[in-house]
Design a protein around this ligand. Structure first.
Ligand code: F6P
Length: 322
């Protein structure tokens, strides 16, 4: 293999730059030409390529976002788009591709593997951490730390004013961010899509908390929770308890900023392993990390198999909010 491409696709995640850097620098010794593809699969279809060398990835390890930029490419969901992408990669002599992103990215990658003779390795990069086959995706650790920082600040004001706060975090249709942030931030409760939300029970918990002398009630709500969004939850609680409250949606603040050490290290390890895998002829797999060891999972399983939340943490949240 002489030439490989690298792209980032879907929502950006802090640590993607560190991963691209690792891929480029690990490609030096097997003498690979590395092509950066801008704006994900859209960049393949538009031939938006840039040659990368170890110097072109200098001073990016500490930067959030992705310097290759990213996109969600609708054309890649069509047979025509996939055919066109395979043809362009062949014309350009790109024999291998490393795709960094989440399940949408891996669906595109799997379709390409099936359609042509390009070899592809996926690397999990999503703050949602909802990809099967890796304990952590690149960006998750940074996102939970950004959200935690915000929650800690909110606690100061919540306690001073003795007001309940409903804080919405990202995670799409999963509760990984909410669960970890709730535990680390000492939330009184968390509402996540994986468990049914019972507003009556939540009200009872909040009422008891105030009766126990708690000054604040911090409720972390995952954006995908089945109760219909943080404002709806807050409104329903207000209708029952008539307690003044505040709502805070953390939004994209969670996705930006300098990656944590953990994310930079994970990104570097997975970037290196993805180059190794391609050079050794592997294709159609995502490289992740399970219990500290590099692990390969067929791309299709990354979105078809269900990644479990830590059930111990789910239990703990109730106990620790005593
Ligand atoms: O998948 C990452 C993510 O940040 C989700 O948590 C969120 O639901 C979504 O992307 C937001 O997408 P956008 O940046 O397009 O608004």
């Amino acid at each position: 293999m002489k030439k490989i491409g690298v792209l980032t696709s879907g929502g950006d995640a802090p640590g993607m730059n560190a991963c691209i850097r690792a891929i480029v620098r690990c490609g030096v010794s097997p003498k690979l030409d590395i092509v950066g593809i801008r704006r994900g699969f859209c960049g393949v279809l538009e031939k938006d390529f840039v040659n990368l060398n170890p110097r072109s990835v200098a001073n990016i390890i500490h930067r959030g976002g992705t310097f290759l930029e990213t996109a969600r490419c609708e054309e890649m969901k069509t047979q025509g788009g996939i055919k066109k992408a395979v043809e362009i990669l062949q014309q350009e002599g790109i024999e291998g591709l490393i795709t960094i992103g989440g399940d949408g990215t891996f669906r595109g990658a799997a379709a390409l593997v099936e359609a042509g003779n390009v070899k592809i390795i996926g690397v999990p990069g999503t703050i949602d951490n909802d990809v099967y086959g890796t304990d952590y995706a690149i960006g998750f650790d940074t996102a939970i730390n950004k959200a935690l920082d915000a929650l800690d600040r909110i606690r100061d004001t919540a306690e001073s004013l003795q007001l309940p706060f409903f804080i919405e975090v990202m995670g799409r249709n999963r509760g990984f961010i909410a669960l970890d942030v709730g535990i680390a931030g000492g939330a009184e409760d968390i509402l996540i899509p994986e468990t049914e939300t019972n507003i009556e029970e939540l009200c009872l918990t909040m009422k008891r908390n105030f009766e126990k002398g708690k000054k604040s009630n911090i409720i972390v709500v995952a954006e995908g929770d089945d109760a219909g969004g943080v404002f709806k939850v807050a409104q329903q609680v207000w209708e029952r308890l008539k307690l003044e409250y505040r709502v805070c949606i953390l939004g994209h603040v969670q996705r930006g900023g300098s990656p944590t050490a953990r994310d930079r290290i994970l990104a570097s390890k997975l970037g290196a392993a993805s180059v190794d895998a391609l050079v050794n002829g592997m294709s159609g797999y995502m490289v992740g990390e399970l219990k500290g060891e590099i692990a390969f999972t067929p791309l299709k399983e990354t979105w078809e198999k269900w990644k479990e939340l830590d059930s111990n943490l789910l239990q703990l949240i109730k106990v620790l909010a005593a």
